[in-house]
Design a protein around this ligand. Structure first.
Ligand code: KG4
Ligand code: ZN
Length: 351
C-alpha cells in the first residue's frame, strides 16, 4: 500500500474519531514553532523559538540565516511540543505544516520535517496556508466563534480583508496594493532608530505621544476596500528627515503616535465600511499587527458603535506560532484535504 492510500484509509477512521490531535509545524519566516492541537480548538502544547535576535542585527529577516536556524531548531521544537503534551509521535493523529506563503528556504524546512515525520509514523499529512492559520488563531481564543465573519488579517507580509463564509472558505474583499501594515510599521520604526521588528516598540512609544502632532496623508486606492501604505510610509520618513535637517525639535513619541493613528484609521475605516456594505455582522482581527493596542481599541469602539461583536486573538497568538496551524489543519482534515509526499513549499501561495 502506498503512503497516500494508507493516509486515505486513516482519514476515513479519523472522520469518526471523537478527539483528533494534530502535531503542527510552522517555519514560514523567523519563528520555529511546533504545537499539538485538539479538535482545532484546544492547545495541548505550543512552543515557539523566535529568531528575532539573529535578524535584528541586519534590520530585517535574512533568509539564509532563517533557514539555518530552522534546521537547527525544528526537531527540538517538535520534541518539546510532544514532551509538554506528555505524548509520543505515535499518539498524534496527523502531522500538519505551513507550506506557504513565506520564505521558500524557511518553508522547506518545516515541510521536509513534517513529511519525514508523517512517513515514518504512518500519519496523514495536512498542508496549511499561513494566512489561514492566522485567522484560525481566533478559534483557539474564542471557543464559540463560528463563520461567517469578516476578517482583517494584518501582519508583516499581508494586509487582507476576507469574508470568511465557512471553515476553509474565504472570499477576498480587499488587500494591500503595496506594503503590508506590519512592514510599514517596521520601516517607520527604523527611521526612529527602533530596532527590528519595530512594530511592537513603536506601538508602546506611541502610547505616550500626541497623535495629532504630525499631519499625514490618507492614501487613496482604486479598490474600495484595498489598502496602500507605501505612500504614507514615505511621507512619514520624508517628514522625519526634513525635521532633522532643519534641526526642528520633535518628540519620537508624537511621531510614533501620528504614524500609528494614520495606519489604524486606514485599516479600521475600510474594514468597517466593508462590514457595513456587505452586511457582515461579525468582525475578526488576525496577524501580528492585531496585537497593536490602538488597532484593538479603535476596532472595539467602532464595532461597539455599529453593534457588532469583535473577536481578536489573544496576544500570545497574534504573531507566528504553530498552534494556529494546528487549528487550521483540523478543519482541512475534516474536509479530507490531505497531501502526499510530493508536497512542496509554495512561497507565493494565496488564500
Ligand atoms: O504575523 P507576524 O508575526 O508575521 C508575519 O506573518 O508577517 O507579524 C509580524 C509583524 C511585524 O511587522 C511586527 O512589527 C508587527 O507584526 N507587529 C506589530 C505589533 N506587534 C507585531 N505592529 C504594530 N503594533 C504591534 N503591537
Ligand atoms: Zn504570520
Amino acid at each position: 500500500m502506498t503512503y497516500l492510500e494508507e493516509s486515505k484509509q486513516q482519514l476515513e477512521a479519523l472522520q469518526k474519531k471523537e478527539n483528533i490531535r494534530i502535531l503542527a509545524i510552522e517555519t514560514s519566516c523567523d519563528e520555529t514553532a511546533a504545537a499539538i492541537i485538539e479538535n482545532g480548538r484546544k492547545i495541548i502544547s505550543s512552543v515557539v523559538y523566535s529568531q528575532i535576535d539573529m535578524h535584528a542585527l541586519y534590520g530585517g529577516v535574512v533568509p539564509e540565516i532563517a533557514s539555518r536556524a530552522h534546521v537547527e531548531k525544528v526537531n527540538r521544537m517538535v520534541d518539546e511540543a510532544l514532551k509538554q503534551a506528555d505524548m509520543q509521535l505515535a499518539d498524534v493523529d496527523a502531522i500538519a505544516c505551513t507550506y506557504g506563503p513565506g520564505l521558500v528556504g524557511a518553508l522547506l524546512i518545516g515541510v521536509s520535517c513534517a513529511k519525514a515525520l508523517a512517513f515514518a509514523a504512518h500519519k496523514p499529512l495536512i498542508p496549511v496556508n499561513h494566512i489561514e492559520g492566522h485567522i484560525c488563531a481566533n478559534f483557539l481564543t474564542h471557543e464559540a466563534l463560528q463563520p461567517p465573519f469578516a476578517c482583517l488579517v494584518v501582519s508583516g507580509g499581508h494586509s487582507h480583508l476576507f469574508q470568511v463564509e465557512d471553515y476553509g472558505q474565504y472570499r477576498i474583499i480587499g488587500c494591500t496594493q503595496d506594503d503590508a501594515a506590519g512592514e510599514a510599521f517596521d520601516k517607520a520604526a527604523r527611521v526612529l532608530n527602533i530596532p527590528y521588528p519595530g512594530g511592537p516598540l513603536l506601538d508602546k512609544l506611541a502610547e505616550t505621544g500626541d497623535a495629532n502632532a504630525l499631519k499625514l496623508p490618507r492614501p487613496h486606492t482604486e479598490g474600495k476596500y484595498d489598502y496602500s501604505f507605501s505612500g504614507l510610509k514615505t511621507a512619514f520618513i520624508n517628514a522625519v528627515h526634513n525635521m532633522r535637517q532643519k534641526n526642528i525639535d520633535f518628540s519620537d513619541a508624537d511621531l510614533a503616535a501620528s504614524f500609528r493613528k494614520a495606519v489604524v484609521d486606514m485599516l479600521a475605516d475600510k474594514a468597517m465600511q466593508a462590514a457595513k456594505d456587505l452586511k457582515l455582522n461579525c468582525m475578526v482581527l488576525a496577524g501580528g499587527v492585531s496585537a497593536n493596542s490602538l488597532l484593538r481599541r479603535e476596532m472595539q469602539a467602532r464595532c461597539d458603535k455599529m453593534g457588532i461583536p469583535l473577536y481578536m486573538p489573544k496576544l500570545s497568538l497574534c504573531g507566528d506560532n504553530a498552534a494556529m496551524i494546528g487549528s487550521a489543519a483540523y478543519f482541512r482534515l475534516k474536509k479530507g484535504q490531505i497531501a502526499d509526499l510530493t508536497l512542496n513549499a509554495k512561497p507565493a501561495l494565496r488564500l
